[in-house]
Design a protein. Structure first.
Length: 303
């Protein structure tokens, strides 16, 4: 399908920023920030859709501070579930395609192999529950919707609710603390939002609906990801692996958050590049690569 006019909710976020910039090369885009368009404000959403009349809506708006979701359950459900229902209903009435972004947190993480689109969902956190409910809302009230699950997002624009992305937080902590302690029992695929944005557009163009998993290729632990970041930045501080501990009031994160892309492959979508190559590209783009960064092998030898 042709994209036509596109509305991107959650403008200013890391994925929405990359998606909006890429879309503007081809079509007219409206990407309001949360301050400009709160998706829980149904009247504002209705007014925006009626005025702009998009052919596609990418819903990148979410309450995704996973620990805060544990304490603010009503807000999590209002943003990640109820608002999605309202948006889906309005998209369906206007014959507008809804592309809703979701997460690997809809799985419990106990499975050994990567999760396919059809594996049973069993979220173990308020965040995961609210996002799974949002998936059901999107698919039930906008039957031709596309739900895209992804994982470990990082981008040039960072995440305002988390104080930047994982990469920038690790570099700041390394400088401030002189060492890092990073969990090594949670596995995922770090995903560069610039790569995901390209894949989302391709999925729409070929007419995908239902549920897709889209991440960069490969997998690693957060500990391995942190090692790779410091190696590329030329930062030589100890990185110590630690086990996950779920403190009271904090979210239970999936130990295995790796997603398989069976539906995407069936649809013939181009695979995203390996997470290491994506990290190289991001760090070059962000100006974070050391002139003579030590190799990951040499870094590991010193740890």
């Amino acid at each position: 399908m042709t994209l036509g006019r596109v509305l991107v909710t959650g403008g200013g976020g890391q994925l929405a920023s990359d998606l909006g910039a890429l879309l503007r090369e081809h079509t007219e885009v409206l990407a309001p920030s949360r301050q400009e368009l709160d998706i829980t404000d149904d009247r504002a959403v209705a007014s925006t859709l009626e005025r702009f009349q998009p052919l596609v809506v990418f819903n990148c708006a979410a309450f995704h501070n996973v620990d805060l979701c544990e304490r603010e359950e009503e807000r999590a459900l209002r943003v990640n579930c109820v608002a999605v229902k309202r948006l889906a209903e309005r998209c369906a009435r206007a014959d507008t395609l809804l592309v809703h972004l979701s997460t690997n947190y809809v799985f419990d993480g106990r499975q050994r192999s990567p999760y396919t689109e059809n594996d049973p969902q069993a979220p173990r956190s308020v965040y995961g529950i609210s996002k799974l409910a949002g998936e059901h809302m999107a698919l039930a009230f906008a039957p031709m919707a596309l739900v895209v699950r992804t994982a470990g997002l990082y981008g040039r624009h960072g995440s305002s609710s988390k104080g930047g992305n994982f990469i920038t937080r690790m570099l700041v902590r390394a400088e401030e603390q002189g060492e890092l302690h990073v969990v090594d029992d949670q596995r995922l695929t770090p995903t560069y939002t610039a790569d995901l944005a390209t894949a989302l557009i391709e999925a729409v163009e070929v007419g995908c609906t239902g549920v897709l998993h889209l991440t960069n290729a490969g997998e690693c632990s957060w500990f391995e990801f942190a090692q790779a970041i410091l190696a590329r930045a030329g930062v030589e501080v100890p990185v110590k692996p630690v086990a996950t501990e779920v403190a009271p009031g904090r979210a239970d994160r999936p130990m295995n958050g790796v997603l398989a892309r069976q539906a995407a492959d069936t649809a013939g979508l181009k695979p995203l590049r390996d997470w290491r190559k994506a990290l190289d590209a991001y760090m070059r783009d962000a100006g974070l690569v050391a002139l003579e960064a030590p190799s990951e092998t040499r870094m590991e030898e010193r740890l």
